[in-house]
Design a protein around this ligand. Structure first.
Ligand code: DC
Length: 231
């Protein structure tokens, strides 16, 4: 096991993983690694090339032309696709669905696996995604499986979009969440599921502060020093 302390957070779309992970990273002085952003950047590349989600051969070929890296500005992760900062371009509903659809392929997952593992080997990280506790970092000291009801997750997303001034439909958002959950949980390679040694947190009725505290408590019980946790 590496000397770095790793916290893995997995869960379905909209469960609050990134909000919590960012907050935790700030509190603990860890680096936050958002693996979904990497899958989104790859999806953006395939989409720009006009590659369809069913074209496994072309997807495999294109993987060789893609370089993904992360950069941190003011503690915030930026994702770089072949030298271009695409962080602002990958947060659309289209890219969400495409990332889910392209991420079923072995070539796509393989491409990101070593990058993710390398980041966690030497650095204290909070890494979130779908397969972090089960596949990417099976030795992570703390693993969290974060869930919330579809209704709550759709409402959170609805409020987020409405605050940005976008018009949206709650039932459509619910449907999109259901489609993505189903695909992410039922794919053959590295599907979303709770690791055996993960702590499950249902955030439906929890505040951000409560979830952050629960994760710090779990990490303290799993070898994180009290000094590190600021306790
Ligand atoms: O976390 P997110 O919504 O940004 O992720 C977008 C998609 O990427 C998600 O629906 C499935 C895929 N993904 C994955 O397969 N494995 C990960 N570790 C992270 C994301």
């Amino acid at each position: 096991m590496s000397a770095a302390y790793n916290i893995a957070i997995d869960g379905p779309a909209g469960a609050g993983k990134s909000t919590i992970a960012k907050e935790l990273a700030k509190k603990l002085g860890f680096v936050y690694v958002d693996t979904g952003a990497m899958y989104r950047a790859m999806a953006l590349y395939f989409d720009r090339q006009g590659i369809g989600t069913d074209d496994e051969e072309e997807i495999g070929r294109a993987c060789g032309d893609i370089s993904i890296s992360l950069r941190y500005e003011d503690g915030l992760q930026r994702v770089i696709l072949n030298g271009e900062d695409v962080s602002g371009l990958i947060r659309t509903e289209r890219v969400s669905q495409l990332a889910s659809a392209f991420s079923v392929y072995a070539a796509v997952r393989q491409k990101l696996l070593s990058l993710q593992r390398d980041l966690a080997a030497s650095t204290d990280v909070i890494m979130d995604g779908r397969d972090i506790g089960t596949c990417v970092l099976p030795d992570a000291q703390t693993k969290i499986y974060m869930i919330a009801s579809v209704r709550v997750r759709a409402l959170r997303r609805f409020r987020e979009l409405t605050e940005k001034g976008q018009t949206c439909d709650l039932s459509e958002i619910e449907e999109e969440i259901r489609i993505r959950d189903h695909r992410d949980m039922n794919r053959e390679i590295a599907p979303l599921k709770q690791a055996e040694d993960a702590v499950c947190l249902d955030t439906s009725d929890m505040t951000v502060a409560q979830v952050v505290d629960a994760i710090i408590a779990a990490a303290l019980a799993r070898g994180l020093s009290a000094e590190r946790a600021g306790r």
